[in-house]
Design a protein around this ligand. Structure first.
Ligand code: SAM
Length: 250
């Protein structure tokens, strides 16, 4: 199939989305770009190496993570100057969304190079669209700061915003976050989207205090997207519901 498609464009930075759990979610275009790129810049070369191996792809890789982003951005610009096709991937999902990418995208655009998205999985979009909350207006906040005072200030500011709020949160802080939501957003509908696209995918829905109660009896593992409905929102389906995904290839 790829023989009939035009080749990749030289001197282009491709932002390649990769699965957030279910390997079937890789797109045909992502595979082709990864196969044809001169180099794959990866947040974690070991992890991306396994992904490439799974799909039978062997390409040179360089690491590109939070703490070498500045240096690697320079290197990627040098590669673009040489006319290379560079594929940027993060550990999972869409590069640049709470993941490294923004800096090199800005630098490539500023230097006059082409930046092409190769869209695909993104935890925020998957969670929002299946949450049952309003989607026509939403605010994505990424990760909250770690310090309690700063978190409180951010949550208070967000409580004034219209639309659905979408956050990423680590499983280690999810209980703390529910306590904070019970203080700041006691009457809002909250959805916890857990382990999206994976075997134990689950959506937990309810007011913050209801979710706290529900979770008293179980430990929360895995990855979460947290969604807070706007004031006028009502959770679709009403009561707390957990949906387990059917067995899926991981
Ligand atoms: N760039 C990624 C994207 O497009 O979604 C997000 C990267 S961010 C470092 C990782 C966070 O995304 C996790 O802590 C979690 O909040 C969320 N996330 C990623 N995969 C997820 C999944 N399968 N289920 C639920 N949340 C997920």
């Amino acid at each position: 199939m790829s023989e009939q498609l035009p080749p990749l464009t030289p001197a282009t930075l491709y932002l390649v989305a990769t699965p957030i759990g279910n390997l079937e979610d890789i797109t045909l275009r992502a595979l082709r770009v990864l196969r044809e790129a001169d180099v794959v810049a990866a947040e974690d070369t070991r992890r991306t190496g396994l992904l490439l191996k799974h799909f039978g792809i062997a390409r040179p890789m360089i690491s590109f993570f939070q703490f070498n982003e500045a240096r690697r951005t320079e290197e990627i610009l040098q590669r673009l100057i040489r006319g290379e096709k560079v594929a940027l991937v993060s550990d999972a999902g869409t590069p640049g969304i709470s993941d490294p990418g923004e800096r090199v995208v800005r630098a490539a655009i500023a230097a006059g190079y082409r930046v092409e998205p190769v869209p695909g999985p993104c935890a925020l979009v998957a969670a929002l669209t299946a949450s049952g909350l309003r989607t026509e207006e939403f605010h994505f906040v990424g990760f909250l700061p770690h310090k309690s005072g700063q978190r409180k200030r951010v949550l208070e500011r967000l409580s004034q915003m219209p639309g659905t709020l979408v956050l990423y949160e680590s499983p280690y802080r999810i209980e703390k976050l529910l306590g904070e939501l019970a203080d700041c957003f006691p009457d809002r509908s909250v959805v916890l989207a857990r382990e999206l696209t994976k075997k134990f995918e689950e959506f937990l829905r309810g007011k913050p205090a209801e979710l706290q109660k529900q979770l008293e009896h179980r430990s929360l593992k895995g990855e979460f997207v947290v969604l807070i409905g706007s004031l006028e929102d009502r959770v679709a389906g009403g009561a707390l519901t957990g949906q387990s995904a059917a067995e899926r290839p991981q």
